[in-house]
Design a binder for this molecule. Structure first.
Ligand code: XMP
Length: 522
């Protein structure tokens, strides 16, 4: 758990809701510093005499009638509290109300309206709004000194508020998009109920990230640099502090797209970062050619990255007579949030994506981790990039996975197959820009399918491979929908690929959402 929690105005106590990260994001978008915290850590900090300016209790899958947990310390802390779903039920129970099992009709989409004498808070009027509920339990008896301020269409208590104390409970989720005016309702709690002042801006984020870098002192720092948004922002802000003590190593694994080579050359030429390009194409291809199983490929690419990187760094240290002490990484908040189970007090494990690219390096190389973006979401990192005056197109690049084209050639890897993806990807990229679609799409790429189909090229029969176009919209890659792009765009890309990429006769478009599909094909 971070030290920074003590500097956050709002502690978002996570009881296991799938939307907890969203509460944090919306809160920060409103300009208030906030961080996620476990119930156990909350109790410890309260015992030590620390407290926030306000609490938000997330929803959660538990039922207050079953788990009997006591969170009196939060309610007796004197801090403003917003309880959402399960959080509202904890609040009601604590102050003497009762909670009952609900009915199916109150789950999911619902309408709520102001109870007698009340309006929907935060929106200056308005009588009825659509909201998202995700809990069957509801507050049946409202505790003394609380008013019901919102009712659902079935006359259930949708929101309660204490007469005099800054305590509010919501049966629905203000943080999800399905809830109309959700952000205004959150803002109402922060401003009108809790009297907080905004304290979260790009400048605050930048200062905090830079302070993390300052802690390493006068020492040599190594960055596994991919040129993607996260490593570029991390390296740029670290460079402001560390100057030439920062060394960025870019590994060319031969699985990159033409646009990645152009990008890295541009960064070498037009930034003052100290970027060392490691040409490891032969090492990678030597180990990868012929591999077909997705997991084998991912593992081999990951291990080869670690071996190559370690060896080159070792050579570099020997030749230059320097020793690196830290590894700079662009790790983001969603990767490090401690996942919380309210039922297991010791269950605070660190969740790291299984495909974390440089995961094995620090242990092997005995480096300390430096992660200045570890408290930030992707959209916040982009704002930091802008604050650092990085070019717009660098900051808004599509994500590109560490294993690169290795997981976009389906089945057996070979040099000609990698080249087909490189060429078709370049065409897609050029057309996205030409037709001004690049920024309206979250991620776009091509995949080579391991099947041959019959076609006609010129007057001859062709029996060649298939390229699949994958274009998705998403906010964080956790869920995604396929992009509904103009037909003329698809026609142009398809024509160009079949004409310009040797060995490809057919182009198909992937219309699968995630879930059930993933964004990548392997
Ligand atoms: P999936 O395929 O899991 O992808 O739906 C979600 C997002 O993660 C990216 N991705 C990766 N990124 N190393 C990465 O850095 C990886 O091994 C990796 N695998 C998938 C993917 O491109 C998408 O943006």
């Amino acid at each position: 758990m971070s030290k920074t929690i003590l500097s956050r105005q709002i502690w978002i106590v996570d009881f296991g809701s799938q939307y907890t990260q969203l509460i944090t994001r919306k809160t920060r978008e409103l300009g208030f510093s906030s961080e996620i915290i476990t119930p156990k850590r909350t109790s410890e900090l309260l015992k030590e005499g620390h407290k926030p300016k306000a609490f938000v209790l997330s929803g959660g899958p538990s039922s207050v009638s079953l788990d009997g947990k006591d969170y009196s310390d939060i309610f007796e802390s004197g801090c403003p509290v917003l309880g959402i779903c399960y959080g509202m039920q904890l609040m009601a129970r604590h102050f003497g109300g009762s909670v009952e099992k609900g009915v199916q009709g109150e789950y999911g989409h619902a309408q709520v309206h102001g109870a007698e004498g009340f309006k929907v808070p935060g929106i200056g009027g308005g009588t009825e709004i659509n909201v998202w509920m995700s809990h069957f339990d509801h507050v049946a008896t409202v505790p003394d000194d609380f008013n019901v301020i919102l009712k659902s269409q079935n006359q259930l208590n949708a929101a309660i508020k204490h007469n005099t104390k800054p305590l509010v409970g919501l049966q629905f989720h203000p943080e999800v998009e399905h809830t109309e005016h959700g952000k205004e309702i959150l803002n109402y709690f922060y401003v009108e109920v809790s009297h907080l002042r905004q304290d979260w801006s790009s400048l605050e984020m930048l200062n905090e990230a830079k302070n993390l870098v300052k802690e390493v002192g006068d020492t040599k720092v190594l960055c596994a640099f991919s040129g993607g948004v996260d490593s570029l922002v991390a390296a740029t802000l670290a460079h402001d502090i560390l100057g030439d003590n920062l060394y960025c190593f870019f590994v060319d694994n031969g699985l990159l797209r033409p646009q990645d080579y152009t990008h890295i050359r541009t960064l070498v030429e037009s930034t003052n970062l100290n970027i060392e390009i490691i040409d490891a194409r032969k090492e990678f291809l030597g180990k990868l050619v012929g591999l077909g199983d997705p997991e084998d490929k991912r593992k081999k690419i990951g291990n080869t990255f670690i071996e190559t990187f370690e060896q080159k760094v070792h050579e570099f240290e020997e030749n230059q007579g320097i020793t690196f002490t830290h590894l700079l990484q662009g790790t983001l908040y969603p990767d490090v949030i401690e996942s919380i189970s309210p039922h297991n007090d010791n269950g605070m494990s660190v969740t790291i994506k299984s495909h974390h690219n440089v995961g094995g390096l620090p242990e092997r190389m005995k480096l300390k981790l430096l992660e200045p973006l570890r408290y930030l979401f992707k959209d916040e990192v982009r704002k930091l990039g802008e604050e650092l005056n990085l070019k717009h197109e660098w900051v808004y690049r599509h994500p590109f996975p560490g294993p690169g084209i290795g997981i976009r050639v389906l089945g057996s890897l070979s040099e000609p197959a990698i080249e087909k993806v490189q060429k078709s990807d370049q065409i897609l990229f050029e057309e996205l820009h030409a037709q001004h679609l690049y920024e309206s799409i979250w991620q776009a790429f091509t995949v080579l399918l391991p099947v041959n189909t019959v076609g006609v090229k010129g007057d001859a029969r062709a029996y060649e491979q298939v390229i699949c176009l994958r274009l998705v919209n998403s906010t964080d890659g956790m869920t995604a929908t396929w992009s509904d792009v103009p037909r003329e765009f698809l026609t142009k890309v398809s024509n160009r690929i079949t004409n310009e990429v040797a060995g490809v006769t057919r182009v198909v478009y992937d219309i699968t959402s995630k879930p059930p599909g993933t964004i990548e094909w392997e």
